[in-house]
Design a protein around this ligand. Sequence first.
Ligand code: HEM
Length: 524
Amino acid sequence: MVESSFLYPDGGGIRKAITNISSLEVPSNRTLINYLESEDFFYFLFFLIKYIGVPCFLMHVICCLWEIRCVRMKDHSCPLPLPRGNMGFPLVGEMFHLFVVGAKYQRQRRSKYGKIYRTHMFGSPSVAVIGEEHVKKIVLGEGTLVQTRWPSTTRRILGTDGIVNGDLATHCRIKRLALKAFSPKYIGTYAPVIQAGVAAHVKEWVDQGTVHILEKCKQAVSKTMMTVLLGIKSNDPDIQLYIQAADDIINSILSLPLDLPGFGFHKGLKARELIFNKLESQLKSKFNATDDELFGDSGGEFESVLLNILKFARREGETEIKLCNLQNLSLEFIFAGTQSLQCSCSLVTFHLSQNPQVVKQCREEIKAAGLWDTPLTEINVERIQSLRFIELVAKETLRVTPTIPGAVRVALKTFELGGYQIPKGWQIIYSIRLTHEEAADPGSILLPPARTRTLKSLQSPFAFLPFGKGPRMCAGKNYGMLFLKVLIFELVRTADISLEGKCKIIEVPMTRTDKSVKIKFTSI
Ligand code: HEM
């Protein structure tokens, strides 16, 4: 009896109700009226009200209070209303909705509330913004209306002396140097490493026949990035260790900030130390070198992006650069560049597998340029860069399936957007995915690129923004585009590409093929 009242605090009524529910079928010898008047029905009703109705009602009341609390955080000195929307559940806001429903969540909210709506995401009251005219105001408002702010874990792992988390002055100083290192003039110097890497990986995929494409793209991108960006050679005995460290850094960024063994954040800090030590041993001698030594003949040695940045700063004289800036920058490249490029490569391959007509047109372009039979490593990169159709395929992939679906800012002051107020301190999430969708035929799948020339999205600068826009635009855009173009070039020249089994595209937090997706390569 004691046990029974412990389990069923109302003295066994619930047990009875559960038993009644399991035998809910109304016995044939009793009329419905009899059943409704019976004690069984009373228990059933009691169970529903007490254990489902009351908690749901309380939850509803709590959500209403949460909604009121969040809405009261608006700027009362501003006469404009807040955007329409829903603040979700207390504390977690609409994070569950996003992760359970995926990208459909944003589409549902857009059709319900329009192109500007309020929500609660990543622990802050937020406003989601869609559409070129609104997104333009956000991305160009950096420093005046909004600023980029990453979670504290990102700042602790990546550091605050680089582009992503540096103060405005540091951001501008380092970003200018980074953009120079990725300018068309210098991108050509990295091309041979990209071409050799892509050629070797594509050959391996074709030899294997059928591969899990996301995993293979991860390997291809990581190894090449280590060499080109950080200067860690592909034959370094510890290369796998550094690639693993890069993975740990990416995984730790949005983890719980617990520096305890076994936790992602702890792994991230260890990985950071490993890469910092490697760069210190590689770059210290360059920092201590005289101008003659630094700018003299490199003896055919490959010059990485980081080394080029150091050289630009030294050449300019007044631009100061420290080892910590380059160390932070290396982690930022890993964080911002590796995963986005890996995912984009998996998507480009997937789209090629779905569009044989596009593959055929790429082949015709390559043949017309006289590049069909030349080994990839012997082709001058300018020739690949001049292939416009292949470039359109890369852009079209990023338009239809933008790897990074949006970016986050924080309002520096209360301002107006589309007739609504955006209160100071609120988060602004601008959507790249839905801005692309707004500007194009809804639901289109990799349009034949010939049609994309007339597409509004490629003509209007703020309707096509897979790399963002404005002062915070992607620093590695040229590198990413070149990598994708070289990959498309080599894939269509080498093999027929088809999907094996099911197709599954993941849309949150980054757009990519699912790790189970297999692509079959048949040598031609
Ligand atoms: C196809 C691949 C890539 C895509 C789609 C992509 C996209 C983006 C996007 C959307 C942003 C954020 C813009 C914003 O906040 O408004 C960004 C930022 C950034 N990306 Fe990329 N990216 C790619 C590859 C790369 C690569 C390869 C690198 C490095 C070599 C890189 C380095 C960065 C950096 C450093 C930032 C921060 C810029 C800043 O805060 O000023 N990205 N990228």
